[in-house]
Design a binder for this molecule. Structure first.
Ligand code: SAM
Length: 407
């Protein structure tokens, strides 16, 4: 039995009556952008027949990813996540960007041995472990292709980049240093990988409202708080030749990456990147931007800023530091909303875990809306972004500055 219970047409919750072999009457699957994620508490109690889920997924014309939370499975998942991060880093996944592709073993070995980076595994070890972890399949003795699981990893590798590349060392250091107040494990967050992983995840999973917003609001001057890799600034400037943009990021690695992105797109005359806190550096930046600021935006970083200043003060400063910008675009993952006692989607839990480690609170949608409305902006548009609990909220300042470049 399939019962859609959806907050968006893209995220469908289905309740499946299990067949007789399973001793629990119901399981819950969440469909996230064509990926079925088995929300798993139920499956810890009995051996799950993956083929059964696959058949259901096939009937629903969906791919299925099954996440089993038994300790041994979680351990294997951790190992394989690291392995897939390596496959991404060494550009081995790119060999299979055509997911059907079969490549010869000799070609694979040439590719790996031709890399000018030091590889932690030899080509034959990569193949061997890839087959053992069911990432690769060998259709015959001399060739390799991705298994279904490998294809799923190819699609989901943004999460390996974000979690292992961005937060792997941080989580470990935090656990190991938790007795020592002087340690500063947050320094081991790799901001560059957080930014790259976020950008990849945005592209792969989120409904990309950014281009729609650019087309609808045509900003000529915009500021990006927590700009990460700088990709949105490039998109904005490519979208409109008259657009000037400023990006600020508190993480030095991310700010350096953004500067490099801007240089590589030859946009230094239109985009400036600053390293520092969005609202502290933003205050001096606001004072020297002569043109009216059409949009101040924050994609997946306003919760961090709220944690520093508190929601109301942060919203007030966004408006006052940037000279009463006409619009404020906030896209963020909000505190997970209750799901009638059902387990949360896996990625929501990963996101919340990383923030819990950092003692960073997440906020409800109402908190965002109240904070900006209290600061003098009204919500004019909001949109669900396809990822659980993630929304774009568009605010217009009620007392916007006089000269505006938005028609
Ligand atoms: C999840 S990433 C999102 C990056 C980018 N906006 C995007 O959409 O891909 C969040 C970024 O916000 C930055 N950040 C967090 N707190 C900040 C603050 N107080 N001021 C400026 N940047 C901040 C982080 O360093 C990180 O690069």
């Amino acid at each position: 039995m399939i019962v859609p219970a959806s907050e968006s047409p893209h995220v469908q919750m289905v309740v499946l009556k299990s067949p007789g072999t399973l001793n629990r009457p119901e399981l819950v699957l969440f469909s996230l952008n064509q990926q079925l994620v088995l929300a798993l508490e139920a499956c810890t109690l009995f051996p799950v027949r993956v083929s059964w889920f696959k058949n259901i997924a096939k009937e629903m014309k969906q791919d299925i990813g099954v996440y089993i939370m038994r300790p041994e499975a979680a351990f294997n998942g951790y190992v394989v996540t690291n392995f897939c991060f390596l496959l991404h880093e060494a550009q081995i996944f790119d060999l299979f960007s055509n997911k059907e592709k079969t490549i010869s073993e000799a070609g694979f070995v040439r590719f790996v041995e031709g890399k000018n980076r030091k590889m932690p595994l030899h080509a034959n070890e990569l193949i061997d472990f890839g087959v053992r972890f069911s990432i690769f399949e060998r259709p015959d003795q001399s060739s390799i292709r991705l298994s279904d699981k490998g294809v799923s990893w190819l699609d989901n590798r943004a999460f390996a980049v974000w979690m292992i590349g961005g937060y792997g060392a941080y989580l470990r250091n935090t656990i190991m240093h938790s007795q020592n107040d002087d340690a500063a494990p947050h320094k081991s967050i790799n901001g560059e990988y957080v930014a790259i992983g976020s950008q990849m995840a945005n592209r792969s999973f989120m409904k990309d409202v950014f281009l729609d917003l650019l087309d609808e609001y045509h900003p000529k001057c915009l500021v990006d708080l927590g700009c990460g890799s700088g990709a949105r600034l490039v998109t904005a400037c490519h979208n409109d030749r008259e657009c000037f943009a400023y990006g600020i990021d508190i993480n030095k690695d991310a700010a350096d990456l953004a500067s490099a992105t801007i240089r590589s797109h030859d946009l230094r005359d239109r985009v400036e990147i600053l390293h520092g806190d969005a609202l502290e550096r933003g205050s001096e930046l606001g004072q020297r931007i002569a043109r009216p600021i059409d949009v101040v935006m924050s994609f997946m970083s306003m919760h961090d800023i709220f944690n520093i200043y508190g929601p109301r003060e942060a919203a007030r400063r966004v408006i006052s530091n940037f000279n009463n910008p006409r619009y404020i675009w906030v896209a963020d993952t909000v505190k997970s909303e209750p799901r009638c006692g059902q387990p949360l989607p896996i990625f929501t839990s990963g996101f919340e875990l990383v923030h819990a480690f950092q003692k960073i609170d997440l906020f409800s949608r109402e908190t965002y809306i109240d904070a900006f409305e209290d600061a003098g902006a009204r919500l004019v548009q909001q949109c669900y972004l396809n990822v659980p609990d993630t929304y774009a909220m568009i605010f217009e300042t009620t007392d916007a500055g006089s000269a505006r470049s938005i028609s």
